[in-house]
Write a protein that binds this ligand. Sequence first.
Ligand SMILES: [Zn+2]
Length: 61
Amino acid sequence: MSCPICGKAAEAKYRPFCSRRCADIDLGRWLKGDYVIPGKALEEEESAPDDDLPPRPPRPQ
Ligand SMILES: [Zn+2]
């Protein structure tokens, strides 16, 4: 298997990447939204901890 970032041979410790650096690059792409997965991005945004803000109270009817 080769590193999906640079194409070098993958290191077992960093599979499927060749190094920590490439793993970080891949993670960075995820965080920046280069990999777009419809539906999932929204889900993650909603469940992400937002500092120490309390959850929004439900709207009164
Ligand atoms: Zn690599």
